[in-house]
Design a protein around this ligand. Structure first.
Ligand code: AHG
Ligand code: MN
Ligand code: MN
Length: 355
């Protein structure tokens, strides 16, 4: 379909026609998420003028200061979905418990998990932020959703995606048939196809990590970053925005790797498995990349709670494979192996074919 003139609505319709099994049920959900993205984007773009900057003075279920825009976006997403009759229940970063559909509205068969506003620390300083979402089919037959409905692995997702409120507002999603990106044309208020069939390059030259945490990273992780910095074939550069969606989106387009490994402050990793990492892992995989917690493929992990945190390395296949080799082999073994063969320095050690 043609870039620049195909609206998201038309694209969803034609995708639905392509796949006979596509009930179109979650099409309505995706359309509503795109709608609320326009609302949030409109207010993000003038946040300095309306009273939605700064902190609410309350904390969320993680004890993190809630920004007004976090709560605003959270409320807007719920209002956009709760009356559709397509959603069974929701889970949000900003709400400790399951969000049930009010009695007055019909329930559907889909679960929506979401991070209403990702990169909150960047709101007040006008740096790109985002919204992340994932859609599962409910599992239980009960009247009301239970936690079991939400504790599903990424491979059960029927759709996932994100919105990035950056120099432009983009809606990027997958239903398991590739990844497509749409850019908002504010003059007509429509998301138009701008990035059809997005593919993550097999390798990149960018790594994204908060290196101020490196003093408490495992030595394999420190060695991995050191290896990228000294990679003989190409110069890696560091880019870290502090908004997962923005760092991920840049790496999706240009190739590279984002990592938030476990550290002293976050021994389980900082990022949330269910509504930040699993939805982005689906996008990464559908675009030809992958995501791991260091040992496992993220798409195989079954969350143990709504807000479970996980270490994450997500991006191009080369950088992920190299990371897994460092973790699997352990740095001591690597040095010993290469000391024996005369290639004593770590930099030379990485010249071994990794994939
Ligand atoms: P959120 O604003 O939804 O809490 O997410 C913030 C996350 C993520 O966007 C980003 O990659 C990470 O926190 C940055 O963490 P540090 O500031 O610790 O680097
Ligand atoms: Mn987030
Ligand atoms: Mn958030």
């Amino acid at each position: 379909m043609q870039k620049g003139v195909t609206t998201l609505g038309r694209f969803l319709l034609e995708e639905q026609r392509k796949y006979s099994y596509a009930s179109g049920e979650f099409t309505a959900i995706l359309e509503q998420i795109a709608f609320v993205a326009k609302v949030i984007g409109r207010d993000v773009n003038k946040a300095g003028l309306i009273n939605i900057l700064g902190q609410t003075g309350s904390t969320n279920s993680h004890g993190e200061e809630q920004q007004k825009l976090d709560v605003y976006a959270h409320t807007k997403v719920i209002q956009a979905l709760d009356h559709l009759g397509k959603v069974f229940a929701m889970a949000s970063e900003e709400e400790k418990e399951i969000i049930h559909i009010p009695e007055k509205f019909p329930k559907g068969k889909y679960l929506v998990v979401f991070d209403p506003l990702d990169g909150s620390s960047n709101i007040d300083v006008n740096i790109s932020i985002g919204t992340i979402f994932g859609i599962f089919k409910k599992k239980s037959e009960s009247e009301a959703a239970t936690i079991q409905d939400f504790l599903q692995p990424g491979k059960n997702l029927v759709a996932s995606g994100y919105v990035i409120y950056g120099s432009s507002t983009m809606f990027v999603y997958t239903t398991g048939n590739g990844v497509n990106g749409f850019t908002l044309d504010p003059s007509i208020g429509e998301f138009l196809l701008s990035h059809p069939a997005m593919k993550m390059p097999e390798y990149g030259q960018i790594y994204s990590a908060n290196e101020s945490n490196s003093s408490s990273w495992k030595e394999e992780v420190v060695a991995y970053i050191d290896c990228l910095r000294n990679y003989p074939e190409r110069k890696y550069t560091s880019r870290y925005i502090g908004s997962l969606v923005a760092d991920f989106h840049r790496n999706l387009l240009k190739g590279g790797v984002f990592l938030y490994p476990e550290d002293k402050q976050y021994p389980q990793g900082k990022l949330r498995l269910l509504y930040e990492i699993i939805p982005l892992a689906f996008i990464a995989e559908q675009a030809g990349g992958s995501a791991t917690d260091g040992e496992n493929n993220i798409m195989d992990l079954v969350p143990k709670s709504l807000h479970e945190r996980t270490p994450v390395v997500i991006g191009s296949t080369f950088e992920i494979a190299l990371y897994q080799q460092f973790i699997k082999e352990g740095i001591r073994k690597r040095k010993k192996k290469f000391a024996k063969s005369g290639k004593s320095t770590l930099e030379k050690a990485i010249r071994e074919p990794v994939i």
